[in-house]
Design a protein around this ligand. Sequence first.
Ligand code: NAP
Length: 296
Amino acid sequence: MNIIITGSTGLIGLYLLSKIKQENYLIDCVVRSTSNTQGIEEINLKINYFVGDTSSVETWDKILAQRTPEVIVHIASILHTEAIVESLKKAEKNPRLIVIGTTGIYSKYRESAEDYKKMETRLDEYSGSYCLLRPTMIYGSHRDKNLHKLIKFCDRYGFFPVFGPGENLIQPVHADDLAQAILTALQRPHIQGAYDLSGGTVVTFRELLTLVGKLLGKPVRQISLPLNAGVWSATILENLLKERSPVRREQILRLQEDKAYPHDAAQRDLDFFPRTLEEGLGQEVELMRSLGMISS
Ligand SMILES: NC(=O)c1ccc[n+]([C@@H]2O[C@H](COP(=O)([O-])OP(=O)(O)OC[C@H]3O[C@@H](n4cnc5c(N)ncnc54)[C@H](OP(=O)(O)O)[C@@H]3O)[C@@H](O)[C@H]2O)c1
């Protein structure tokens, strides 16, 4: 079976390639000219590369002129779906699409929620079959964009600011569990439609900080601050530093939202049984320790 994979140099992609190693697939990875493929090389898989930008129709036109894939696993960004579907239509090819979306689609503060919805509609109009997997916040290693920074900060400073009550619910999901769900979707071609993929534990933000303290073996002080203070600071930082700002206004506003979503459908159809947060974060902390990224 020929599979094209995007996002293979990222957190989910590398976990997926490690799992796919055992399968007898013919794999093409779409990478950018700037992508660091060292992680892929270390997995030691026979892979063909296409170099391009997955948001560009031209990239897909070039790939589809050379390949008729059975499946495209699109991890890089659901926002590129339009380019893929347009190119597939031109090429008159209709492989199964497995696309990584986001539960951010449910947010009333998420600026891109409308764009995500538009892309989900495009996917729904696609003439072939598709499976859309929507993760919650992803964690799993020093490559994640979320919890590893929080762990590092807590380790270094022994405190973390809590804007507002800090009682909002979150349900982070481990990237390795997501990779397993993608692999299962690959192995079950009859599975179609959208699935929310959340982690094995629902916690409040305050409970997350307590857990991080427990895993680091030292308490993390929770500094309570008014939500408005966070919104103002993030707005100022974003205006001054633009893309380099460590925090975005939207992230602070979203602290008011519960971001826990059931994954019963995925459990039923994809045997999705994600690990608990204590187990997954424990593994991440251990990994960060072994890499010398945290002291305790
Ligand atoms: N982070 C979260 O908490 C979160 C939550 C829900 C959903 N998601 C979704 O999960 C997916 C990615 O997860 P991840 O954690 O594996 O991300 P990641 O580690 O940041 O990896 C992103 C991957 O996509 C590739 N990529 C991005 N833009 C590209 C482009 N224009 N052309 C070609 N390749 C491109 C990157 O290539 P390079 O190596 O060149 O950068 C990298 O391989 C995204 O669809 C994201 O929307 C993320």
